[in-house]
Write a protein that binds this ligand. Sequence first.
Ligand code: PRX
Length: 647
Amino acid sequence: MDESSKTNQINKLNDKNQIVSPNSEVIERALVKDWDKEIQKGEDMEKYWALEAEQFDWFKKWDEVLDESNKPFYKWFVGGKINLAHNAVDRWIDTNKRNKVAILYANELGEEVKITYYELYREVNKMANALKKLGVKKGDSVSLYLPMCPQLVVSMLACTKIGAIHSAVYSGLSSVAIVERITDINSKVVITADGTFRRGKVINLKPVIDEAVLECPSVETVIVINHTGSYDDGANLNENEVLYNEIIEDESDICPAEMTDAEDPLFILYTSGSTGKPKGVLHTTGGYMVGIATTLRKVFDIQEDDLWWSTADAGWITGHSYTIYAPLLLGSTTLIYEGAPDFPDAGIWWKVIERYGVSKFYTAPTAIRHLMRYGDEYPNSYNLNSLKVLGSVGEPINFEAWKWFYEEIGNSKAPIMDTWWQTETGMHMISPIPVADLKPCSATKPLPGVHVAIVDEEGIEVETGKKGYLAITNPWPAMFRTLYNDEERYKEVYWNFFSNLLYKTGDMARIDEEGYVWIEGRSDDVLKISGHRMGAVEVERAFNSHPAVNETAVIGKEDEVKGQVIKAFLILNEGHELDMSYGEGDVTLKDALKMHVRHDLGPIAVLGEIVSVDSLPKTKSGKIMRRILKAQEDGEDLGDTSTLDDL
Ligand code: PRX
């Protein structure tokens, strides 16, 4: 590329292959000005991460940066003592950030709450003391089932302050999913809210928890946040329930931070894999903090005057790492928003950006595609000039969405950081930084200190440009340390697939001549529905638990807005048809099945199509071959069918 075009702003993007270079404003402002040099710095990985770790307040410095003696159970910053809440909150109160807004909460009712670092500090301490009083100790787990509200942030930080392990369950998941997650870790305490605001209504969360807790004998106390006002006129609580406001009211606003070890567990987050059982991804303290804070600062060029908005809910890893923890670890202001992206109309996000002057905005392709359908008038009626850097996460972004995001939201001047990473990686792994030359729809290159390769089934690197398995070749600080209660599965699923101990991501990808990575979708039976990860087996299990269903196979069907939706192939039991009426009223069996699956998996299970079939393609050993159904659906060659029993 010639140098003269480098700083020219591109106004219209017509060609997918066009390189989008940063404009002079982006370069001038950037903390890191030379992408290649920064990547080179990461070549001495341990030195690079150790230098980044220096930014924190350690109670005791580490003895060793990386311990590889028991692969794949890696340890980072061995011997170090550090507390996340202390670094995210306490350490700012003796600086000029004391009265800076830490959390800016806004919701669809137009309400807002601003919480400064000092206020956050006091509230976290009160909650931490209240948890201690309820018997929560270092190493105990606390389950959270909460909407995006300030008390959610307080609850997470209060757990980390005392060394308790939190497990947040997305507030759209069903009681079935909650029971599974609470019983796996035996939480004594659950924190929830009465409800959440969504599209002009209050969605009640408490009844979902009530139903779940009946089946969770470990739960001794449920802390309830009076968020939507159900308890304004006095509380009508069950025996084991307490109100958040009441338990923190008389607590001291001083609470010393637990001296947690760098390798002490921080949180567990459940995610889907290719088997039915959700995986409890365990993250620990020191390395995680170093990984997320470094990547947020560099990828989004976070500086003192920024207003950061990540739209991800705290029920997912993006919410943990980048909506909540990393911005606070950088002493930044993070906006948390409660409500739908298209209510009261499809301009609400743009209105929020204009109202507060958001400078860095991070969201998912599915949301961009959804809002794009409403046309340009919405973004065009707001002043979005404050936006300096944009970000995308969760699934591949298609060119039309990239172009719209870049031109209509970023005004052809804010570069898009297409960040590739996973619940397991904890932090961004493949992503540009603002001064990078972008190739639309490529996540560009591994970040400094991260090393990846495209390999075949043996773990041998394929030729440049060839598609293969995306593997990570070196450990990284924010990596998960194991699957909770399932070390065997941790080794089996992620590390033993290739013979040479590479980390298997489950994604296919290729790397072009210039080292840019192009993600080509999953290699396993994991679906991405509106960016949410869901195992095919999980959905099949939900269908199979209905009395009318004999057997099910599901695949992801391409969808313009949601990326993928579920297509289910069902073998129904004798005497059943999808169109027959079932139960009361006008309900057909198909409707009943939809309700049944949504009850089990929550509304994130978006069912695109349900069809009834006589048989399913299986291997001779009886495993369903979803890839055959998928190839048939996409009108592709069926590939190797030699192990197929019956088509
Ligand atoms: O398939 C990749 C896709 O999301 C998977 C990880 O999902 P989850 O653990 O739910 O984490 C999502 C948020 C970090 C990956 O294996 N994925 C994530 N980011 C991208 C992506 N696919 C393409 N491009 C991305 N930027």
